[in-house]
Design a protein around this ligand. Sequence first.
Ligand SMILES: [Zn+2]
Length: 481
Amino acid sequence: MKTRNKLIVLLAAAVLLSSAAARDIDKNISKGLEFINPEDAYAYVKILSSPKYEGRHTGHPGYKAAAEWAAGKFRNWKLNPILDNGYLQPFESPYTVVDQAEMTFFPGDEKEGIKIKVEKDFLPLLSTDSGSHTAGVAFAGWGISAPDLGYDDYAGLDVKGKFVLCFRGTPDRNDKRFQEHDEHRHRMKTAKDMGALGLFYIYPEPIANPNMDWIKDFTPAVISEKTADRIFEEKGIHCLELKKDLLTYKKPLSFPLSSKIAYNVTSRHFPEGMGYNIAGYVEGSDPQLKKHCLVIGGHFDHCGKHLGLLFAGADDNASGSAVVMEIAEAFSKLKTKPKRSVVFVLFGGEEKGLQGSSFFADHIPPVFEKADGMFNFDMVGEGDGTGCSMSPEPELLQKVFEKADESVNVLRNVRFLRGVGVRGSDYAPFYQKGIPSVSFASNGPHIGYHQTGDTIYRINPDIMADIAKLAFIAGYMWADR
Ligand SMILES: [Zn+2]
């Protein structure tokens, strides 16, 4: 994809300025744009998703090593460090590594078991404790117990000493009161409190997921719909029919099964794990406005390496990290900086529940009075165009992106943020504080999401460069307004 930078950047800058001043700004921005290129972005993704960094699992030494590599880049570009002692902002982040897992299914009274294949048919959830049990199974709908809302998947169901099977979701997507019950942490705790040995989520395919607390003597996992169908065979029903009924009637449909599952999993838990945001900034050129900052960020972490499987996270989210780095380099080379400061943050702990971005939003570095904008990039490596979700207010935010896109032509659709649920990305903690936010995801298809297939081979270098150019131009305009 070729971009037609020069002329249209001039137009963009001219929105707010006289044409002579606009020409200077055009020259300035063009200079920055020279440092954004697909080759560099691709090279960063290749490095970050390589086996060396072991899937960038927050807390793990592989994550720390990758963070130090990125901090080295920030240093080379002479970004100002966010803390006195450098670019790494620490926060607590316990983590778990899963070493071994075996699952066998025993239909009815049969002594002969059927092996459930790891990765293809099931994956332990990545905060699992170790455990070894052969136990009964019970289906518990959405795994929600909310008697106060008149809904309880566990009513009349005995799950003590059993494995609970359930779907992710709630009886009513539009009923916000169910939202907290849809959080993995909440659902796991409910199952544990009911006496279950573990919770097995039914997903179309098993995916890696570290987004929950480690619970002693609790062994959660994800199983494929195909595996669930084998388990439901004794009832003569397919799992998708069950899901449809749950959504149609909005009533619990729980039941025990006579089959058994033998599940054996070994993991190591590290409660002392530390996560890091990698952050640096360019100082604004206006003596007053430089105390305000635009935050440009994306998550740096992914799911790690478990069971000998590398979750490389090339698209999710080495791609977003590479885009942030390309924008950072471009800003660092500008002769004239925008009026406001621009902070670049590679967040840790996103996969574990927005840990790094929540920490950063609560601890904006004291050199700034406030953040007044946030751009986030999450999975921007696959496809040939990008979508974005943005705050509806102020209107100028949308105008700036529309104008910037005239020279890049990569923006395919704009959606307005109307609130954040339990599935948001790193913009959420900023958006919730009323900071105008924009979040990008390329149009995909993001095949291999949270699976071992999310590798460098699916990455389109041009899409990353184009998104970086769009956000660089828009970021300049926003920070210089
Ligand atoms: Zn992500």
